[in-house]
Design a protein around this ligand. Structure first.
Ligand SMILES: [Zn+2]
Length: 105
């Protein structure tokens, strides 16, 4: 299995403090200041939106652009990121969430 190439193998007592950067799975944009929404694959409930970012499971991030959510709910970028097949119910759920929270740019 391939290791994460960005991960350092050196271990020290203290880690340098850094601002966590997220990458939107749709547009691949990295930004720390734009708010990202975490999507998580949970064993119990399938794919969920995780606004707190604290749920356990494999996570993927989407930025708050409507176009990114469109792409994620109609295409397979999210499926690839989460290694899961999205059923129609989940796609609808994500789509409704985007409808409620984000505006077209
Ligand atoms: Zn995006």
């Amino acid at each position: 299995m391939a290791e994460n190439p960005t991960q350092t193998t050196r271990r020290k007592g203290r880690r340098p403090k850094h601002i966590p950067q997220r990458t939107c799975v749709s547009c691949r944009e990295k930004e720390s200041k734009r708010s990202f929404v975490r999507i998580v694959r949970t064993p119990e409930h399938g794919v969920e939106i995780d606004p707190t970012g604290k749920k356990n499971g494999r996570g993927a991030y989407l930025c708050t652009r409507r176009s990114c959510w469109e792409k994620a709910t109609t295409g397979n970028v999210l499926e690839r990121a989460l290694k899961v097949t999205l059923d129609q119910e989940t796609r609808d759920k994500l789509h409704r969430y985007a409808d409620h929270h984000f505006r077209d740019e």
